[in-house]
Every structure is written in structure tokens, then in C-alpha cells.
Design a protein around this ligand. Structure first.
Ligand code: MD3
Ligand code: FE
Length: 208
């Protein structure tokens, strides 16, 4: 097993959880998937301003955002295709980390180019906020920031590298968080550079 570092209550960090070989398998799967379906461009509800991040999902439900709002749905918002099932290493991660809840239903893939950012936000579009969210980083290093349940609360920064895994649960599940910047040229994993983040989520109530 890999090292487990407790960042704060509810936040567990597993540096370089995935080997280079597994990272390459995940990369190849994601790039072939994006080649088939195309990334979608999420936009802010109401205004329609595009995010700087492109997205895709695996699993029965995927997170999408457009002019009508944020929601989970089984299909790609721009072409109606159903999301692919979870890659095996992703399903295995949930059971290996003994999350202790029903299986995840969504895996959101965020693709960051070198100038992409993600502002401080909370993840609260899921029905069951007692279930943790698991994040996997691939490609260039990112400066990640995590705060408290209040927007103005103190924050901590962490550099996320390719292969790192983070778990957010319990008291940290509703903490504000975001990506301040991507460090270009810090990884050779992605042929065009940038960073891919995957987040595994339970969307509906978990019985367990
Ligand atoms: C802390 N993604 O997709 S992953 C997101 O790197 C998102 O792409 C970032 O925030 C990224 O919503 C950060 C780490 C993460 C994910 C979910 C969390 C941190 C979290 C939920 C609660 C608290
Ligand atoms: Fe988030």
C-alpha cells in the first residue's frame, strides 16, 4: 500500500498512488474516449460564459453545466451519447480505499490546459453529502487550494502531481476548493501537456 497523509480531518492524500504504467493506461483510455465523443464545454448557468476547463464523464451519470444549470445526466450534453463505463482502475480504486458506501455513479473528467483555472467552489449537487469524493490527478502539476465550509475561511495549498489521489469526506466534504494554476512542462504523461483530473462521486443516496 502507498503512504497515507492526513491533510486535515476528512482529507486523505495518497501521493503517487498510481504507477506510471497505470497512469499511461488511464491516459490512453481517456484520450481515445475524447477522440470518440469529444470534450464538452461547460458554461455558467444563466450567462453561458464558458469554463476554462473541458469535461467528459464515465459511469451511469455525469455532471454537466449549461445555461439551464448544473445537473447529473446519463448523456453527453452536446451530442447525446451515453457515457462510457468506469475504467477498471477507477472502479477498483473505490473498493481499494474502503470508502464504505455504495458504488460511485459518476466520474467527472476535467481537462486543464496551461491557462485553465477552477475558482473556489463547493460540490453540493449530489444527494448524499455523507459520501466522500475521490480525486485522481494526471499530467502537469497543479496548485490546489482547500478551505473550510465558509467562502472566506482560511485556505491551505497543495501541489497535486500526476498519479496522486485525494479523498474528501466527513467534515471536509463541503469545504471550498479550487485550482489556482497549472505548472506547464512538469509531466511527460499528456502528449499536449496540461492536466486531467477525475473525481469519483456517489450521486444518489447510498444505502450503506
Ligand atoms: C474537496 N475538481 O471537479 S479535485 C471538481 O482538480 C473539482 O479538477 C478539482 O473541484 C480538480 O469539482 C479539484 C479535488 C476535490 C474534488 C472534490 C472535492 C476536492 C474536493 C469535494 C469536496 C471537498
Ligand atoms: Fe469541486
Amino acid at each position: 500500500m502507498t503512504e497515507e497523509i492526513v491533510i486535515k480531518p476528512g482529507v486523505f492524500y495518497y501521493p503517487e498512488y498510481f504507477s506510471r504504467a497505470v497512469q499511461e493506461e488511464l491516459r490512453d483510455e481517456i484520450l481515445s474516449y475524447a477522440n470518440e465523443l469529444g470534450w464538452f464545454q461547460p458554461t455558467l448557468p444563466r450567462w453561458g460564459t464558458p469554463f476554462s476547463v473541458k469535461m467528459l464523464n464515465y459511469g451511469p451519470l455525469g455532471w454537466v453545466s449549461d445555461k439551464s444549470g448544473y445537473r447529473y445526466q446519463p448523456t453527453h450534453p452536446e451530442n447525446g451519447a451515453h457515457w462510457r463505463p468506469f475504467p477498471i482502475h477507477i472502479s477498483r480504486l473505490w473498493s481499494s480505499l474502503n470508502v464504505g458506501f455504495d458504488n460511485p455513479e459518476a466520474c467527472l473528467i476535467n481537462y486543464y490546459q496551461m491557462n485553465s483555472r477552477m475558482g473556489l467552489h463547493q460540490d453540493r449537487d449530489e444527494e448524499d453529502l455523507s459520501v466522500p469524493v475521490i480525486s485522481i490527478s494526471l499530467g502537469d502539476t497543479a496548485l490546489f487550494r482547500i478551505g473550510t465550509t465558509e467562502r472566506k475561511g482560511p485556505t491551505q495549498s497543495l501541489k497535486l502531481k500526476s498519479g496522486d489521489v485525494l479523498v474528501f469526506g466527513g467534515p471536509a466534504r463541503l469545504n471550498f476548493h479550487g485550482i489556482d494554476r497549472i505548472y506547464p512542462g512538469t509531466s511527460t504523461l499528456l502528449p499536449e501537456g496540461g492536466r486531467i483530473n477525475m473525481t469519483l462521486r456517489r450521486v444518489t443516496k447510498s444505502a450503506a
